[in-house]
Design a protein around this ligand. Structure first.
Ligand code: GDP
Length: 342
């Protein structure tokens, strides 16, 4: 078990430190939010309540692409460009591989070396967690803490291998897909579904001999976007070429995101989308709380294990098992209500 946070601050001390932009306190607050200890969770929840009014002002950008496409190099160049414009940026990562294999595709310490030394950048690797949903959940809360600490742009990075994109899409305003020219969609593991989620594509490494290929790929993907059904946001996703090495296109990506922001703010979609995301997170939080609550009851856990076994060896249908579990749950509630009134 992780040792308790040494100098335990109060909600107010955490909040004040965060509002001041104190990076050490922000780091401690993130550790608190990520903690599974129940006393930390109580304090973490009260901290989130305390800071919530100061959140929401950043632009939230999701960045995805297969390993090797150039994500960390791009984020380093893009981040430095934003800092030059006077922005403070936070980079958070969601790495599904670290949950599955304990290894991490994104966790390499040397990534974004220059950015990590910049006082205007805050970089935080993936939270640990047993499920991707759990990790995404924490990442979203970490994002809120960073917003309260005054970060103007939040970059949420994930590996484009299909599991974590939906989680990221559901917490950001703009979803940027990085792609390599000429590698073939299959090789890049890019499914049509991921392209449909993207608000923009940057074809990376558009430098040297690769410029021609990158420009051709740009035209192809732009054409593909026109074939998709119109997007509810009213925004037609754009494709650009970029090179972190030469700096080409880095400013264009930022301009594209600003155009998206202006257009969707004017149409009302920006706020509607955030509202929807909040509703989805409310549902997910509740489902998680319910699950945790069920797991607290020994009798329900036993029932759950028995039903799981029966479903696994085909002696009971999944549907019937779910109904029986619900009945057991109702019974447990009646019993606990009975105990309270006694
Ligand atoms: P990630 O796995 O997606 O984070 O990819 P990296 O950022 O680690 O980049 C993978 C490789 O591509 C590294 O060897 C980089 O030096 C190289 N690379 C990244 N960006 C560029 C670029 O803009 N141009 C060129 N030529 N190489 C790049």
């Amino acid at each position: 078990m992780r040792p308790a946070i040494k100098s335990r601050l109060t909600t107010e001390q955490f909040a004040e430190g965060i509002f001041r932009g104190d990076r050490i306190i922000l780091g401690q607050a993130i550790t608190l939010i990520e903690s599974t200890r129940s006393d930390d969770q109580v304090l973490g929840a009260s901290l989130l309540e305390r800071i919530i009014a100061k959140t929401g002002k950043a632009i939230r950008i999701g960045i995805t692409g297969v390993p090797g496409v150039g994500k960390s190099t791009f984020i380093e160049a893009f981040g430095k460009h934003l800092i030059k414009q006077g922005k403070k940026i936070a980079v958070l990562t969601i790495d599904p591989s670290s949950q599955l294999t304990k290894g991490s595709i994104l966790g390499d310490k040397t990534r974004m070396e220059e950015l990590s030394k910049d006082a205007s950048a805050f970089i935080r690797p993936s939270a640990s967690g047993s499920t991707l949903g759990g990790v995404a959940h924490k990442t979203r809360e970490v994002m809120l803490l960073c917003e309260a600490a005054g970060y103007d742009v939040i970059l949420v990075e994930t590996v484009g291998v299909g599991q974590s994109e939906v989680s990221v899409k559901n917490m950001v305003d703009f979803f940027l897909l990085l792609m390599l020219a000429g590698a073939g969609d299959e090789l890049q593991g890019i499914k049509k579904g991921i392209m449909e989620m993207a608000d923009g594509i940057a074809i990376t490494k558009a430098d040297g001999d690769n410029i021609k290929h990158a420009t051709e790929a740009m035209a192809e993907y732009q054409h593909a976007f026109h074939l998709f059904a119109a997007n509810e946001s009213g925004w037609t996703p754009r494709v650009v070429t970029s090179s972190a090495r030469t700096g080409h296109g880095i400013d264009t990506v930022w301009e594209m995101i600003n155009q998206y922001h202006d257009k969707t703010t004017a149409s009302g979609f920006f706020a509607t989308n955030r509202g929807r995301q909040n509703i989805a997170w409310f549902e997910e939080h509740f489902a998680q709380l319910l699950k945790d609550d069920l797991a607290k009851s020994l009798s329900l856990r036993t029932t759950h294990d028995t039903l799981t076994k029966s479903v696994g060896d085909h002696s009971l249908s999944s549907r019937q098992a779910a109904l029986l579990y619900l009945e057991a749950y109702h019974k447990a509630i009646r019993e606990s209500n009975g105990n309270e009134t006694e």
